[in-house]
Design a protein around this ligand. Structure first.
Ligand SMILES: Nc1nc2c(ncn2[C@@H]2O[C@H](COP(=O)(O)OP(=O)(O)OP(=O)(O)O)[C@@H](O)[C@H]2O)c(=O)[nH]1
Ligand SMILES: [Mg+2]
Length: 461
């Protein structure tokens, strides 16, 4: 697949001062040469820039600069040319058409990066990091992506793999001497190594929660009965009139999602329809959607009107929504309308019946009271995830799954040793663990996995 020469627009498709087209493959220079009569490209050194006209036959399409990268010192490790032209989408299209006439073909999504991976210049997690670097929207996500691009995750994993590999060879040596009943691999040293690996895997797996918060933002579902003041709170947090507020119960019907940045971290605030039994068909859909949003949220901000006399419906609602991995914040709202004694009593009611740990914040969204406390509480959720952070943060679902499978496999090896299972089986379990560890860097992979990763890239990447 690597024999043909590919081309694509590498810059965003739109008007700009410049646009860049990438050409890569054995014939890259020859393909471009057909349209660049001014200079003999095959005689040029690597990493040089050349000025001239890009021609379609006799017609000059644009005045361009060519950058030449000779194999293996290029992004793909193949001969490559980058054509910088005046940034008109029309010119870009003409140049691409001409390159195809000259013998190149359009690159598929992610094909340049795929070639860099297949040709061994970067590993799979680095290839994925390129997509993350491009997608990074804040400092936190940029830092994690650059660290991964530099090989952060691979370094952590490959050192574990090498140690494990040593044991596999010893165990397999034992298999060769099966008749003699010898033990080359010191079982207690192996268990020691497995414990070490387990700790490392666990901490990488744990970092995924923070990684996810960086990559996707923390999902905060704002929930409560109709008229509790959810939309008013959303507006107060965003400092803009985003959602319609009214004293008619059932104002918000669909979910409204907006991003709020607190101390460099993104929070996806989700305002929802008030929860109640309703005969209104549209409102009922909203209620269903609200519950679904909680299922995927990291934080539940439950709002209860401080003036409520009987909180049993709220309590029932909270109990039906709470989960171990969902941070719970209960807010008594509209405290400007009641006496301190009333909202203190409200806190006691919730504390007496809800066993899960939760924060209780008394707010008035209308008078902007204690909204900052709520923001601090949201922020502390991410800070806590970060505190348990490894140097390397897992942000990628695929890595997360491979790490989990590796952990399971390592635990199986440990069991196998405890139960003194046959050496054959032990060798098998060890190989299995190695394989999962190898999935992250792409040492072990298949076409389906690659197709999945690179098809999500854009063309030209
Ligand atoms: N005094 C006071 N009134 C508030 C406060 N927050 C909300 N309200 C009022 O309560 C009413 C309902 O507010 P909304 O924000 O629309 O409530 P909601 O929970 O979004 O209601 P639904 O969308 O119908 O579920 C409005 O009249 C608000 O002005 C507050 O902190 N203090
Ligand atoms: Mg509302």
């Amino acid at each position: 697949m690597n024999n043909d020469t590919i081309c694509a627009l590498a810059t965003a498709n739109g008007v700009g001062a410049l646009g860049i087209i990438r050409v890569s493959g054995v014939e890259a220079l020859a393909v471009v040469q057909k349209s660049f009569p001014g200079k003999n490209l095959s005689k040029q050194k690597s990493h040089t820039i050349h000025y001239g006209y890009f021609m379609d036959g006799e017609e000059a399409i644009d005045e361009v600069m060519l950058s030449i990268f000779l194999a293996p010192k290029s992004f793909t490790t193949e001969n490559s040319v980058e054509i910088a032209f005046h940034g008109s989408p029309h010119i870009g299209k003409r140049i691409l058409e001409t390159l195809i006439k000259n013998g190149a073909r359009m690159a598929k999504a992610g094909e340049f990066t795929l070639r860099a991976f297949i040709n061994g210049r970067i590993d799979l997690s680095q290839a994925e990091a390129i997509a993350d670097v491009i997608a990074s929207e804040n400092e936190a996500s940029r830092k994690v992506a650059i660290n991964q691009l530099k090989g952060g995750i691979t370094n952590e994993i490959s050192f574990l793999r090498t140690d494990l590999l040593n044991f596999v060879s010893l165990i397999e040596l034992e298999l060769d001497f099966a008749e003699e009943d010898v033990e080359f691999a010191d079982r207690s040293a192996l268990v020691g190594l497995l414990n070490k690996i387990e700790v490392k895997l666990n901490s990488l797996i744990e970092s995924f929660q923070y990684g996810n918060a960086i990559k996707n933002g923390t999902a905060v579902a704002i929930i409560g009965k109709p008229n509790a003041g959810k939309s008013t709170l959303l507006n107060a947090l965003l400092k803009e009139e985003r959602a319609i507020v009214s004293n008619i119960a059932g104002t918000t019907r669909d979910t409204i999602e907006e991003v709020l940045h607190i101390k460099g971290h993104a929070f996806r605030l989700i305002d929802t329809a008030g929860l109640r039994e309703t005969v209104d068909e549209i409102e009922a859909i909203g209620v269903k959607k609200a519950k679904e949003k909680v299922e995927n949220a990291n934080i539940l901000v439950y709002l209860a009107d401080a003036a409520t006399e009987d909180f049993s419906e709220d309590i029932e609602m909270i109990k039906s929504l709470q989960r171990d991995d969902l941070k719970l914040i209960i807010c008594a709202t509209k405290i400007d309308e009641v006496s301190p004694a009333t909202y203190e009593k409200a806190e006691d009611v919730f504390r007496n019946v809800i066993s899960q740990e939760f924060d209780f914040i008394k707010i008035s969204a209308v008078e902007n009271q204690n909204i900052q406390d709520l923001k601090n509480e949201l922020s502390s959720y991410v800070e806590q995830l970060k505190a348990s952070e490894n140097n390397v943060v897992i942000t990628n679902q695929r890595h997360f799954e491979a790490l989990q499978k590796s952990l399971e496999a390592v635990q199986k090896v440990k069991e196998a040793i405890t139960f003194q299972i046959s050496t054959e089986l032990l060798a098998y379990e060890l190989r299995n663990a190695l394989e999962h560890l190898g999935e992250i860097s792409g040492e072990v992979t298949n076409d389906e996995v690659l197709g999945n990763i690179f098809s999500k890239f854009c063309i030209g990447k």
